[in-house]
Design a protein around this ligand. Sequence first.
Ligand code: SAH
Length: 397
Amino acid sequence: MTRVILKRGRDESLRRFHPWVFSGAVASVSGSPAEGDLVAVYSSEGEYLASGHWQIGSIAVRILSFDGDPSAPDFWTEAVRAAFEARKAMGLTSSSSTNCYRLVHGEGDGLPGLIIDWYDGICVMQAHSVGMFRARKQICDALREVYGPALKAVYDKSSGTAPFKAGLELVDGYLWKAEGFEAGEASVLENGHRFIVNWSEGQKTGFFLDQRENRALVERYASGRNVLNLFCYTGGFSVYALGGGAVHVDSVDSSARAISLVDRNVALNGFDASQHASHCADAMEFLAAAEDGRYDLIIVDPPAFAKHRGALRNALRAYQRLNAKAISKVAPGGFVFTFSCSQVVDKEMFALAVFSAAAETGRRVRILDRLNQPADHAVNIYHPEGEYLKGLLLYVE
Ligand code: SAH
């Protein structure tokens, strides 16, 4: 295996189990590894520290193991099994009301660059690194081994996430499927609500599993309320709001494909079509045009406004503008559930943007709850950067 030797004093973060080696910490490399090759990392004194995938860019190695051998035949099975055991401990693998969850959440599960979501027997995988993409067949075999007959298919959806050099055309598709498996979509259960998930045509792996707990909170607060669900995607929050006894829900998303699934999901859960309306529109424009006080529960769950640090200032301004509009429009005594999924916008920055938004409106606002990503979107304690979803539940007088 290629050896990567670190500069003197640059071994500290690995000794604290941080899963990345930055290129600036590398003193020398034996040989010339290809991107995605397994490499072993050593301190300047020659002490073995960890092994991982070699990468071209500011992160040189993404660590897979601090004490094992990632080239060992049972490495992937053990890694997938550990992720499964953690989900089992979270009560997600044998629930009668929820049969979808995130099985592998990258660094949070010690598998940097790998995402796997479980949709009642279908695993949808996204590789965010060349190393993970190259390991996809072994990962698929490991999933078959761990799940056994409960597994129906493994779908690779890395074409939009694996950072490949120009010219390499990636095609998404099944790595494996059980005999007779035909479906292109499935209906899954989340906290007793049914949702259609289309992994090949939908965004990300097909569904936003990270809002499971926050949707349940909306359900708790929705009774008797007029709800506006902005950036609704396939209507997760809308279905829960109706389940919680909302009088009416308006769902807004700019994606026509997402909107077409909202109506199906509302019907699938047995709600009356007169209680719900879908709007394919720009969320900010829809909100600006809404009558003041028309809604007494507004959900604001936009896509990541900042994908990298350079976009931070503009993103914070956009969060402030959007939240000021929502806070100013909500009826007295209303709730605003507001979120940010931008990794580079931390909790404090987001709270500051929402504070500035509230101050702009001059209304009295209480923070009732601080919201997070759920347990299956695990955060490695040595890699706090894995925390990305944050939200606030506001009560507006
Ligand atoms: N709340 C959703 C997830 C939201 S993801 C859930 O619980 O599943 C962000 C969504 O915002 C995507 O569906 C995307 O299509 C939509 N979107 C992006 N820009 C938008 C805009 N300007 N106006 C309305 N929707 C937008």
